[in-house]
Design a protein around this ligand. Structure first.
Ligand code: GLC
Ligand code: GLC
Length: 652
């Protein structure tokens, strides 16, 4: 369909649906003025978004004979969710519409946590808000807290009901109350939208098992191996130690089910427009609890097509854009964050103000660890130079650790370009971070070793991976000093690079690996649990002590967060690599409006000299001040950086 025809069809379809929208608004009751306002808002939003939404859905589902039926259903579901949206959230929508780039601010600091590990439940989490605020957070991602299948639930990623909270953690009203409390202190609530799969005990899956064709069509199931085997030829394996391949035999269905992740996580079938409608409804329900940012889980896998890797397909993007367009109508304050832990060329494709405004930055994460292991910054520099630029209105989430493993997802071409053999290097990094390389400071453990391909990924807490555990075990003061410096330096980089810094709670106390998961039958085969550690709230008592390791790490992070918030140059997404001419030191400039800052980081435990004339050539003047250490620095001379030094330089 050409553009003009599309426009025509979009207008025709809206004309058919409009009277129904009008009736719904009229049914709201209340004051005339209020209803007039609702009409005005909906008109404006449809004017802005309808054609786009129509075009996206047409691309996905236009070939269905009953496309217009689905379109209407999707539109009315969206309107209903909007009408149900609580007034304070509608007010927030308006605030965000007036300031659409709010998340680009230098004031943004993110944290993520498992409710049970952090505070047992949602009610107690509310009591911990002052702590989160004191740390400096403005963004809080709660790991999946919905009703999930009993036993192994992949840390909550196997959801049985998107509309109820796991009773162990609280109720949906507790969640709403928490969202409100957080909002009041300027912390945005972030939750997952796990839309690639449901648990095998979700009502839809159960009804499929009970023989209802309508629900069987929610999933991708096959009577025998013929089709799965054809697909397998081009698929990757995500959890090869859990199960080989991507399909699971279900005894009740008597069919093979597509299960990209664990066998109990059934992939949804987005070929079916009814699945899109149903999930849109779940998404907007979530939005209405007070979520401000949705983390779109496993985005790479949502669309499948025979003969492809079934990852990062063009339709996956269209699907997310369609969800995004629905939000512009029903919850415009809501922002998406993409979780695409894939090749860097693919990661960026999800990032756009009409798709995901935010994205994890997995390549930067991996390369920060890479540079810490090698003490060399060439690969990192290449990423800063070529892989940071994003479209306006979008930004990165920079992190070192999450609840997941670390995969070495850098580009092979980038690696060759700086003279590194990528496969050997991944091998080296795996050995380094599992402590098998002589002199390694790291205590990571392997995840999903694939004997066939030799692939594996790394688990461990920030502190254990970055040398703190090793230093403590060895009782070596020098190693301890180096580990603490390394930690300060790397967070200094994370907080200064384009994007929002994001920690996994516990990092701020330097929490070490916890090996007790090995004896838990529901966790033993998933080594990611080694870094999902219960927070021990006796520890903050340590913060009162004069000198303790948790206290040092806490003060370091808190101090960096506070300093970042005072640097307007860290707003927005402008960043330029500096030529430091020292292989161990990376430097870059950040700027926003009239504010400029230069950042230098030494990735080695040796002193390093850097030539600061490069900064002067960029017009930053003769005298600079490191706002972290308050040192005055002249750009006339060379400068000697301490081991693992980090400088945030402003013109003084
Ligand atoms: C995402 C989550 C991961 C989970 C997977 C399946 O990648 O981060 O923890 O195992 O999706 O939901
Ligand atoms: C793979 C997937 C990613 C997921 C991770 C879980 O890397 O690409 O989405 O989070 O596995 O281990």
């Amino acid at each position: 369909m050409d553009d003009k025809r599309l426009e025509y069809e979009a207008s025709r379809s809206l004309r058919r649906i409009r009277p129904k929208i009008t009736r719904r608004i009229e049914a709201v009751g209340g004051e005339d003025l209020e209803r007039a306002r609702l009409h005005e808002v909906v008109d404006a939003r449809l004017e802005l978004n309808w054609k786009r939404l129509f075009g996206l859905l047409y691309q996905l589902y236009g070939h269905h004979y009953d496309f217009f039926y689905y379109l209407e259903d999707i539109a009315l579901t969206t309107i209903d969710c909007w009408l149900e949206r609580p007034r304070p959230l509608k007010e927030l929508d308006q605030k965000r519409e007036n300031n659409p780039g709010w998340y680009l601010s230098e004031k943004m600091i993110g944290g993520s946590l498992y409710v049970d590990l952090f505070s047992d439940d949602l009610v107690k989490l509310r009591d911990r808000i002052p702590y989160l605020k004191d740390l400096g957070l403005t963004y809080l991602h709660l790991m999946p807290l919905f009703a999930s299948r009993p036993g192994n639930s992949d840390g909550g990623y196997a959801i049985s009901d998107y509309r109820s909270v796991d009773p162990k953690l609280g109720t949906i009203d507790d969640l709403r109350a928490l969202a409100k409390d957080l909002r009041e202190v300027g912390i945005s609530l972030v939750l997952d939208f796990v839309f690639n799969h449901t648990a095998d005990d979700h009502l839809w899956a159960i009804r499929a098992q009970e023989g209802e064709q309508e629900y069987r069509d929610y999933y991708r199931t096959f009577p025998d191996r013929t089709v799965p085997d054809q697909y397998e030829r081009t698929l990757r394996e995500i959890f090869p130690t859990v199960r080989r391949g991507n399909f699971t035999w279900d005894e009740t269905l008597k069919r093979w089910v597509w299960t990209t992740f664990n066998s109990f996580q059934w992939d949804l079938n987005y070929d079916n427009p009814e699945v899109f409608r149903a999930m849109a409804s779940e998404m907007l329900f979530l939005a209405n609890t007070g979520v401000e940012i949705l983390r779109l889980d496993a985005v790479a896998f949502i669309w499948k097509q025979m003969g492809t890797s079934c990852e990062n397909l063009p339709e996956a993007h269209i699907l997310i854009q369609a969800f995004n367009a629905l939000c512009r109508i029903a919850a415009p304050g809501l922002v998406f964050k993409s979780e695409a832990i894939v090749h860097p060329d693919e990661v960026v494709k999800y990032i756009d103000s009409g798709e995901c405004q935010l994205s994890y930055n997995p390549t930067f994460m991996a390369l920060c660890w890479e540079a810490m292991a090698t003490r060399e910054t060439k690969l990192l520099k290449r990423a800063v130079q070529n892989r940071f630029q994003l479209p306006p209105g979008t930004t990165w989430m920079n992190y070192l650790r999450s609840h997941d493993d670390i995969g070495w997802s850098f580009d092979n071409g980038d690696s060759w370009a700086v003279g590194i053999n990528p496969d050997d290097h991944r091998n080296f990094l795996n050995r380094y971070y599992t402590g098998q390389f002589p002199g390694s400071f790291s205590k990571g453990i392997p995840f999903q070793f694939n004997a066939q391909t030799g692939d594996m990924r790394i688990c461990g807490t920030m502190a254990s991976l970055s040398g703190l555990e090793d230093a403590i075990v060895q009782g070596d003061k020098k190693l301890l000093d180096m580990a603490l410096r390394r930690i300060r330096m790397i967070y200094g980089v994370i907080c200064a690079a384009t994007g929002i810094p994001l920690i996994f709670l516990g990092e701020e106390w330097g929490i070490l690996n916890d090996y007790s998961y090995e004896s838990d039958p529901n966790k033993g085969d998933d080594s990611r649990w080694v870094h999902r550690v219960k927070m021990n709230w006796d520890l903050p008592a340590e913060l009162k002590k004069k000198k303790s390791i948790p206290k040092q790490v806490f003060l370091t992070l808190q101090g960096l967060f506070a300093a970042r918030k005072k640097l307007p140059a860290f707003c927005g997404n402008q960043m330029l690599l500096l030529q430091t001419a020292n292989p161990h030191v990376i430097g870059f400039i950040r700027w926003h409006d009239a504010s400029f800052a230069a950042v230098l980081a030494n990735f080695s435990e040796e002193k390093q000299s850097v030539d600061l004339r490069e900064i002067r050539k960029m017009g930053m003047g003769h005298f600079l001040k490191d706002i972290l250490s308050k040192r005055e620095v002249s750009t006339r001379d060379g400068f000697q950086m301490e081991p693992y030094d980090i400088l945030w330089l402003e013109e003084s």
